[in-house]
Design a protein around this ligand. Structure first.
Ligand SMILES: Nc1ncnc2c1ncn2[C@@H]1O[C@H](COP(=O)(O)OP(=O)(O)OP(=O)(O)O)[C@@H](O)[C@H]1O
Ligand SMILES: [Mg+2]
Length: 258
């Protein structure tokens, strides 16, 4: 299952630059970022609005090419790839989760999760696609919501479907842009529990968040300002979501009995 061939960092950025040119206006969104991310890390990217977090993440995710510097993903020089090769690499190695879930509205949970497998090479047979989608939905705790459409589910459940969709191709790297941005605190802790479980199983996760409380569940916190990394620290006092959920649950049960 391990598609990453060696123990070099999954992500190696060297002096990465991304400049947007819109008419006469030039915006230097990322101005020279050098960063390594090791396999098995769980990284929070923080920073004020407009500091370049999403731009950096879109580059990490091969959705966008940098305008300067180098990016090696699993030792592959991303800037040398054409669009088709980029799409293939992305589909094979990366799962994406977005703040607004980005699910297809009039489509069941199951079909939403099956979707990325249509783009796999070689094509996965229908039966296996279905089996894998069901299994992945069960893994995120939604095995009993297969036929529900997004509008029939809570925000937290919709995000779990989006996470299942990100995982169904068995990526080594999950990139999440404010995955808990539209979700209440309790459900956010559950989402972080899911991310911590995935990370314990070896998946590398990079997530953007505005909330310190959420970054606290990550192993490493990178802060950006004006297109640069201004701080990069290991989180020595990591929070553990599963423990907190169990404690919350016990307290609720106690309150019910009282
Ligand atoms: N497609 C684009 N075309 C032109 N400029 C862009 C584009 N995307 C982002 N920018 C600009 O690049 C800068 C960084 O934007 P980015 O979306 O990366 O910030 P962010 O840190 O993710 O902010 P937020 O926390 O609000 O999501 C901003 O000044 C933004 O206006
Ligand atoms: Mg953003």
């Amino acid at each position: 299952m391990n598609t990453f061939a060696n123990n070099k960092p999954v992500i190696q950025l060297r002096d990465l630059v991304k400049t947007y040119q819109t008419g006469e206006v030039e915006v230097k969104a990322v101005r020279g970022v050098t960063l390594d991310i090791q396999r098995g890390d769980l990284v929070a990217i923080m920073g004020a609005s407009g500091s370049g977090k999403s731009t950096l993440m879109n580059t990490l995710g091969c959705l966008d090419q940098p305008t300067g510097g180098n990016y090696l993903l699993d030792d592959i020089a991303v800037s040398r790839l054409n669009r088709k090769e980029l799409a293939k690499l992305r589909n094979k190695k990366i799962g994406f989760v977005f703040q607004s879930f980005n699910l297809l509205a009039r489509t069941s949970a199951l079909e939403n999760v099956e979707l990325p497998m249509f783009y796999s090479h070689p094509l996965i047979p229908l039966r296996e696609r279905r089996q894998r989608a069901v299994q992945t939905l069960e893994e995120v705790g939604l095995g009993d919501r297969l036929s529900h459409h997004p509008s029939q589910l809570s925000g937290g459940q919709q995000q779990c479907i989006a996470i299942a969709r990100a995982l169904v191709n068995r990526p080594e790297l999950v990139l999440a842009d404010e995955p808990t941005g539209n979700i209440d605190t309790r459900t956010s802790i559950e989402i972080m529990g899911l991310f911590q479980d995935l990370n314990d199983n070896g998946i590398t996760i990079v997530m953007i968040t505005h909330e310190l409380d959420i970054a606290a569940y990550c192993k490493r916190i990178v802060v950006m300002r004006d297109g640069l990394v201004i701080s990069d620290t290991r989180n020595e006092n990591r929070r553990f979501a599963r423990q907190e959920i169990a404690t919350l649950y016990q307290a609720e049960q106690k309150a019910k009995l009282a």
